[in-house]
Design a protein around this ligand. Structure first.
Ligand SMILES: Cc1cc2nc3c(=O)[nH]c(=O)nc-3n(C[C@H](O)[C@H](O)[C@H](O)COP(=O)(O)O)c2cc1C
Length: 403
C-alpha cells in the first residue's frame, strides 16, 4: 500500500501520503478546502456527450441506472434493458454473504447470465473478503466490479461499510487495492469502479483523494453522489463539488444525485464536467428514462414516452419475472412499490393502487393492469360518450363488469 500511496501525485491536495499520514487524515479534519473549479464552458443546449469507453466493454451510453437495493433487482434491470438502458449495475451484494453463499448471494443468482454488460456492486469491510468476492463475481460472469463507498443506510454504516469507509481511509484504500488486485488476477483488464459520496460530512470531502488512489490502482471509473453521508438525501446534490473529483483524475467520473430528466442531467454535467450521469430514484416506475436521457445527451432522436398500452405490456412481463425470480408471495410483495410507481400519471392511479394491493396472484394484477392501463385516448373516448351526470354511477359499473 505504501508504494501506491507514495506514487499518488497530489497536485492540489497537500496532505502527506504515507501510511502514517493516511492514519492522520482518517478523521478528515485536515481535508483542504479546494478552490472552485472553472470548467471550460459546457453548453446546456447542444451538448453531445461521447460514449463511455471502458476496457473490454463495448462503447456505452454515458447514462447509467444507479444501483438501488430492493429496487434495481434482476427483473427491474431486465425491464430497463428492454427499454434501452446500457450498462447495468446490480444492487449491492454483501461480500461476506456472497462468499458464504447465503442471503445476498441470491441477488447475484443468474444476474449475469443474460444481462451483459453488467457490473456487480460489492459492499463490505474486509479487504480480503472484498477481493475474494470480486473473484466470485467475475467467475459468475460480471463484466465489471463496483465497490460501494456510497451507501448511507445506518444498518450499512453501523458495520463500517458503504459510505462509512470514507472516514476510514486506510481501510478504504486497502479495499480498493484488494479488489483491483483480485480483478486483475481473475480477469486481467476487467474494469473496476468505485461509487462514493463527497465524503462523510461537510468537514471531510475526500472523494477526490480516494478517486486519485483508485485511479493509481488502475480503476476504470468513479461515480460520485453529490452529497456527504451525513446529508443522507437532504437538500440538493452538489454537482459543483463533483467537479473537484473530475479535476483530480483522468478516468471517467459519473455525476449522481437528483438527476431526473435531460435538463437536470445537462445541468449536472455542466456543473461537474463529468463524463456521464448515473440516475436512480427518477427511474422508479420509469425504466425508459435511462434511454431517453441518453438519447438526449448523445444527440439521438429521443425515444417517445411509452403509451399506457406499452407500459401495461411491459409491466405484465416485469410481473411475471418478479414472481419467477422471488416466488409468488415475495414477488408480489416486492412488486407493490413498483406497481404504485408505474401508476404515476394514470387517470385513476389511487384506485389502481388500492386494487393491486389486494391482488394475491399474477392473474389479479394482470386484470388490474387491463382495466386501468387503457390507452388515454380510449378512456377519453369512453368518457366523452358518457353524460357528465352519469359519470359517478357508470364508472364503477364499468369496472365491475370488466372484473
Ligand atoms: C432505495 C435505495 C437503495 C439504494 N441502494 C444502493 C446500493 O445498493 N448501492 C449504492 O451504491 N447506492 C444505493 N443507493 C444510492 C443510489 O445509487 C444513488 O446514489 C442515490 O439514490 C442518489 O441518486 P438519485 O438522486 O438519482 O436517486 C440507493 C438509493 C435508494 C433510494
Amino acid at each position: 500500500m505504501l508504494a501506491v500511496l507514495d506514487a499518488i501525485s497530489h497536485a492540489d491536495d497537500t496532505r502527506p501520503v504515507t501510511a502514517q499520514a493516511s492514519a492522520q487524515v482518517n478523521a478528515c479534519n485536515d481535508a483542504p478546502c479546494l478552490a472552485p473549479l472553472h470548467l471550460p464552458g459546457l453548453q446546456l443546449q447542444g451538448l453531445h456527450l461521447p460514449s463511455l469507453h471502458l476496457p473490454g466493454l463495448p462503447a456505452l451510453d454515458p447514462v447509467v441506472l444507479a444501483p438501488m437495493s430492493g429496487i434495481t433487482d434482476k427483473p427491474f434491470r431486465r425491464m430497463a434493458r428492454r427499454f434501452g438502458a446500457g450498462l447495468l449495475v446490480t444492487e449491492m451484494v454483501a461480500s461476506a454473504a456472497l462468499l458464504r453463499e447465503i442471503k445476498d448471494s441470491r441477488k447475484l443468482k443468474d444476474c449475469v447470465d443474460d444481462e451483459s454488460p453488467i457490473s456487480v456492486q460489492l459492499a463490505g469491510i474486509e479487504a480480503e473478503t472484498m477481493g475474494e468476492a470480486a473473484k466470485v463475481a467475475i467467475d459468475r460472469g460480471a463484466d465489471m466490479v463496483d465497490v460501494n463507498f456510497g451507501c448511507p443506510a445506518k444498518k450499512v454504516t453501523a458495520k463500517a461499510s458503504g459510505s462509512a469507509l470514507m472516514r476510514d481511509e486506510p481501510r478504504a484504500i486497502a479495499i480498493l487495492e484488494a479488489v483491483a488486485r483480485a480483478a486483475q488476477q481473475a480477469a486481467p483488464g476487467l474494469p473496476v469502479s468505485v461509487k462514493m459520496r463527497l465524503g462523510w460530512d461537510e468537514s471531510c470531502h475526500n472523494a477526490a483523494y480516494l478517486a486519485r488512489v483508485a485511479e493509481d490502482l488502475g480503476f476504470a471509473m468513479v461515480v460520485v453522489h453529490g452529497r456527504t453521508r451525513c446529508q443522507f438525501y437532504k437538500g440538493q446534490a452538489d454537482w459543483r463539488a463533483v467537479a473537484q473529483v473530475r479535476k483530480a483524475v483522468k478516468l471517467p467520473v459519473l455525476v449522481n444525485g437528483d438527476i431526473s430528466d435531460p435538463s437536470t442531467a445537462r445541468q449536472a454535467l455542466q456543473q461537474s464536467g463529468a463524463a456521464g450521469v448515473m440516475l436512480g430514484r427518477a427511474a422508479e416506475g420509469r425504466p425508459w428514462l435511462i434511454r431517453q436521457v441518453a438519447d438526449d445527451l448523445t444527440g439521438r432522436a429521443v425515444q417517445a414516452e411509452p403509451s399506457w398500452d406499452e407500459k401495461r405490456a411491459a409491466v405484465e412481463v416485469f410481473m411475471a419475472e418478479m414472481l419467477e425470480h422471488y416466488g409468488t408471495a415475495s414477488g408480489l410483495r416486492n412488486a407493490r412499490k413498483h406497481l404504485a410507481w408505474f401508476a404515476h400519471g394514470l387517470p385513476d392511479a389511487a384506485e389502481f393502487r388500492r386494487q393491486v394491493m389486494k391482488a394475491d396472484d399474477l392473474a389479479g394484477i394482470e386484470s388490474c393492469l387491463q382495466r386501468f392501463f387503457q390507452a388515454p385516448e380510449q378512456q377519453a373516448e369512453q368518457q366523452a360518450e358518457l353524460q357528465p351526470q352519469q359519470l359517478p354511477q357508470q364508472l364503477p359499473v364499468q369496472r365491475a363488469k370488466a372484473a
